[in-house]
Design a binder for this molecule. Structure first.
Ligand code: GSH
Length: 258
């Protein structure tokens, strides 16, 4: 697998993006109100604007259904054009309120007002600066996660336990985006100090994280350990950790050379 040979470089450049965005998309304070029906985000993983919205989802501990719309994509871009009138991303559709909107910073403001029920954090009030910083961070990925690759669609949505600024989870999200595989984003931000330690270090120190967040608790309960990313594929009754294994699984299962 050509992909595996490039793995160290691939991870290093993903880490660069995470370091550049290390002030956002990691720590969480759960939203005061959770949407009854899943939010729907039409996005491009490698888009600097879409990243800002996903960072806010992590910070508010909000899950969302992600419908990938890579360039040359055929599965969901048309739907955004029909629904909103233009192909621009991010595009949020909230079935709970009927709100459908473009513009990353407006979406973030909407999420903090509607679900966070708390003032927009200072850093998001410097919206233009955040956009610029996200564009700069993006350069390290050299366009990965932006253009469609041939694939066959899954019947059911997959699930990905992820937090935005995880360099490992990013690599999996990029693959899901390029293959236009829709998934439920299970936000798993950090609330505890122990969660900043790598799983191997935590295990060595026998530190058992006791997250306040429901997705982390659930994962700890079902797997007896906590690591990000974690993929669940109900189409094949598969669940797994480890970004390299997950990407290989996705390419073999859904990638196609048509
Ligand atoms: N000002 C918008 C900019 C959004 C934007 O330009 N997104 C790009 C993707 S990075 C886009 O939709 N490009 C058109 C396309 O992909 O067809 C925002 O902040 O949301």
């Amino acid at each position: 697998m050509k992909y595996l040979k490039l793995q160290p470089i691939n991870f290093a450049s993903s880490l660069l993006v995470s370091l550049a965005r290390s002030g956002t998309g990691i720590s969480s304070k759960a939203a005061a109100v959770k949407p009854d029906v899943a939010l729907m985000l039409f996005d491009i993983e490698g888009c600097p604007y879409c990243r800002l919205v996903r960072e806010a989802l992590t910070e508010l501990d909000l899950d969302a259904e992600i419908y990938p719309c890579p360039k040359l994509g055929t599965r969901y871009r048309e739907l955004v054009l029909e629904t909103g009138g233009k192909t621009q991303f991010p595009f949020l559709s909230d079935p709970n309120t009927g709100v459908q909107m473009y513009e990353s910073l407006s979406i973030i403001k909407y999420l903090f007002e509607t679900y966070g029920k708390r003032p927009l954090p200072l850093k998001w009030q410097f919206g233009k600066l955040q956009k610029l910083a996200s564009m700069v961070a993006n350069t390290a990925r050299l366009g990965v996660g932006q253009i469609k690759k041939a694939s066959r669609p899954p019947e059911q949505l997959l699930e990905l336990y992820s937090f935005e600024t995880s360099p490992y989870a990013r690599i999996v999200r990029e693959c899901l985006c390029e293959l236009e595989i829709p998934y439920i984003l299970r936000s798993c931000g950090r609330t505890e100090l122990g969660e900043w330690l790598l799983p191997q270090v935590r295990d060595a120190l026998n530190i058992k994280p006791n997250s306040a967040l429901s997705n982390r608790k659930h994962l700890q309960n079902i797997e007896g350990k906590m690591a990000i990313p974690y993929l669940v594929d109900p189409n094949n009754n598969v669940a797994m950790f480890d970004s390299t294994k997950i990407v290989e699984y996705l390419q073999v299962t859904y990638g196609s050379n048509q």
